[in-house]
Design a protein around this ligand. Structure first.
Ligand SMILES: C[C@](O)(CO)[C@H](O)COP(=O)(O)OP(=O)(O)OC[C@H]1O[C@@H](n2ccc(N)nc2=O)[C@H](O)[C@@H]1O
Ligand SMILES: Nc1ncnc2c1ncn2[C@@H]1O[C@H](COP(=O)(O)OP(=O)(O)OP(=O)(O)O)[C@@H](O)[C@H]1O
Length: 291
């Protein structure tokens, strides 16, 4: 009998995010430097059985085990494209808040594709995986190997893997679920409307953290303003993070509501996280490192 296969589904963090415009089909063209945190969900595949899913973990509540789950959608999409694909029983330990701008569902979908690829001898670089990932969701392709890189188009264009100096961070979600489509709607762009032209897909980022922080400080997240109008709780998070001792940068990830604060070292991020956990027991607060 084959042993269960396991993989982490790490949180995606948009270190910056520019909206370039809206395509005629309604989707938005973006440019974003995407990194991955040390925190994430855990996905296991017990091979051989028919396709199924069970969910446990601190954030399992409110996440239905139905065909809409991104694990099953990704597996179903790959099985439809590859007749005879070996499947099995998935078990998800859900730790990331749902609908929170850190791509938990996308990371789970990508994790399901990784496990099925491993089980069926499909290379992670197989173009089919990328095509299926993009079909399942805009954030799924970048989560396939969960490495730092520039993401463009609507999420399907990926730059080369980038080496990031370790960024010591605290991730914070105020417990408000934010629907991604609602934030894009609040941006108010008409189909076909352009805001900016695409930049080059850089193959480098600064190798020192202070230099990278300086570069990030000059950018932003274009979805922050519309997200704040949809979920005003984001204001309080950003304000509080900016005021934490040693905070070098506070910013929202993706379409929110999760925000992150960056610090010079892991001591400063740990102290800040502890203080905030005491002050805001209802918030999801995780000290972590982005790589
Ligand atoms: C905002 C980001 O988190 C940045 O990384 C992603 O672009 C969102 O990716 P995602 O959650 O995987 O998005 P999807 O599940 O594919 O799309 C959800 C909805 O968001 C809107 N959407 C999403 C991505 C994109 N580039 N343009 C959009 O307009 C669409 O209305 C879509 O119906
Ligand atoms: N395995 C899953 N984990 C989380 N959400 C899921 C999952 N499967 C389906 N969903 C649904 O997908 C939607 C988006 O969830 P997700 O947590 O990926 O959002 P997000 O963090 O805002 O993602 P992004 O940053 O990509 O916009 C939610 O409405 C949720 O109900």
């Amino acid at each position: 009998m084959a042993l269960p296969l396991t993989t982490r589904a790490r949180a995606k963090v948009n270190l910056d995010l520019r909206v370039l415009g809206r395509r005629a089909d309604g989707y938005h063209e973006l440019e974003s430097l995407v990194a991955f945190a040390g925190v994430g969900d855990l996905l296991t595949l017990d091979p051989g059985a028919p396709l199924s899913l069970s969910i446990a973990g601190p954030r399992a509540e409110g996440l239905a085990v139905d065909d809409g789950n991104l694990v099953l959608r990704a597996a179903g999409a790959l099985a439809a494209a590859r007749p005879g694909l070996r499947l099995g029983r998935f078990h998800l330990v859900k730790r990331l808040p749902v609908a929170s701008g850190i791509g938990g569902g996308s990371a789970d979908a990508a994790a399901a594709l990784r496990l099925l690829a491993r089980l069926n001898g499909i290379a992670l670089t197989d173009p089919l995986l990328h095509v299926i990932a993009a079909r399942v969701g805009a954030d799924v392709p970048v989560c396939l190997d969960s490495r730092t890189r520039l993401m463009a188009g609507i999420g399907e264009r990926l730059g080369p893997q980038l080496r990031l100096p370790p960024l010591f961070a605290v991730l914070v979600n105020p417990g408000v679920a934010v629907e991604t489509a609602a934030v894009f709607r609040a941006l108010g762009l008409a189909p076909g409307q352009r805001l900016a032209s695409a930049g080059t897909m850089s193959s480098t980022v600064p190798t020192s953290a202070p230099e990278l922080l300086g570069k990030l400080a000059a950018s932003g997240n274009d979805l922050a303003a519309p997200a704040r109008s949809v979920a005003p709780a984001i204001d309080a998070v950003l304000e509080r993070l900016s005021g934490l001792p040693g905070c070098r940068l506070a910013r929202m990830s993706g379409s929110g509501a999760t925000c992150f604060a960056l610090f010079d070292d892991c001591g400063a991020s740990a102290v800040a996280a502890k203080a905030l956990q005491r002050e805001r027991p209802g918030w999801w607060i995780k000290p972590t490192v982005f790589r």
